[in-house]
Design a protein around this ligand. Structure first.
Ligand code: C2E
Ligand code: MG
Ligand code: MG
Ligand code: MG
Length: 289
């Protein structure tokens, strides 16, 4: 009996392992083919100005749909792309495509592009970016690059120099998912980021922590402003969260409540709607003379 149980367990374990390996192979195949078969697309999620509610820019988010039509989430395929050395080629495609799109938007809108640490390690990003700016005609001031705190744990001299060169070009650098990693405040100051994006885990806790979460949020916003950074809150999903944030002094807001990541064709209608809605709101709240 014991022997039979052991074999049963063994079988379950093997099946689980096989499933993991098969999944990994499926993702890896899609990542390898993605570039040649056009399996990658971009979606764009709006960022709104906190006081006017006007859209000020969009974050480009990479999508992968494999040959069977299944959408593989970026949190799953980006680490695979990094580990098999595909992220550079894909990352360059993302930059170029996002910049070319943004060049056709109204010229007060920026585009924000996520970067992997690998792209700093194996490429000269300032050279690549300045080439792409020239190619696409996008002004440098309309490009923002998002990096995460993990970047600061790597070869900081090389990365620091590249960040400085990118800023010299006029490109903004944003610290993404702030508060989830291991960045020391010293690096935050040393590298002079232009923007701080507060991770959505801080927003999620807002409604149910008796004010503690909002105290933490207040403190992070104050820190960001003290270091001359634009502060964005991400992952705002509910009206309640939006209301709490509108009473705080963060600069920009992003989240499903304001707009989901959308296909390029949906951007123009979104913008029209956004302008109309803000006009209506301004009428409602303005005091009659
Ligand atoms: P991120 O840069 O922090 O992007 C924000 C993620 O949060 C996106 O997930 C977005 O869809 C999601 N999000 C936005 N608002 C809300 C909300 O209100 N609630 C919830 N629950 N989620 C929200 P997505 O598109 O799945 O991307 C996940 C991560 O994958 C990104 O996190 C980023 O780290 C990475 N990623 C995406 N595109 C690229 C890329 O082109 N290059 C690189 N290196 N990484 C990318
Ligand atoms: Mg991001
Ligand atoms: Mg983020
Ligand atoms: Mg993230």
């Amino acid at each position: 009996q014991a022997k039979a149980d052991g074999r049963g367990l063994h079988k379950v374990f093997n099946q689980a392992l096989e499933a993991t390996v098969a999944r990994r192979q499926k993702v890896e195949k899609a990542v390898r083919q993605g570039y040649d078969l056009d399996l990658f697309t971009l979606e764009f999620q709006p960022l709104l100005d906190q006081t006017s509610n006007l859209c000020v820019g969009f974050e480009a988010l990479l999508r992968l749909t494999d040959e069977d039509g299944e959408r593989i989430p970026p949190d799953e395929f980006i680490p695979v792309a990094e580990s098999i050395g595909e992220i550079e080629r894909i990352g360059t495609w993302v930059l170029k495509t996002a910049m070319a799109q943004a060049a056709a938007w109204p010229d007060d809108l920026f585009v924000s592009v996520n970067l992997s640490v690998r792209q700093f390690e194996s490429q000269e990003l300032p050279e690549l970016v300045s080439e792409l700016l020239a190619q696409t005609g996008l002004p440098a001031t309309r490009l923002e690059l998002e990096v995460t705190e993990s970047l600061l744990m790597h070869d900081t001299d090389k990365i620091g120099r590249q960040l400085a060169d990118l800023r010299t070009l006029g490109v903004s650098i944003a610290m993404d998912d702030f508060g989830t990693g291991y960045s020391s405040l010293g690096y935050l100051w040393k590298f002079g980021f232009d923007k701080l994006k507060i991770d959505r885990s801080f927003i999620m806790g807002l409604a149910d922590s008796r004010g503690q979460a909002s105290d933490v949020l207040d403190a992070i916003i104050a820190l960001g402003h003290r270091l001359h950074m634009v502060v964005t809150a991400e992952g705002i999903e509910t009206e309640e969260q939006a209301d709490i944030l509108s009473a705080m002094s963060c600069d920009q807001m992003q989240g499903f409540y304001f707009g989901r990541p959308m296909r390029p064709v949906d951007i123009a209608p979104f913008l029209l709607n956004n302008v109309a809605a803000t006009r209506r709101d301004n009428k409602k709240t303005s005091v009659p003379k």
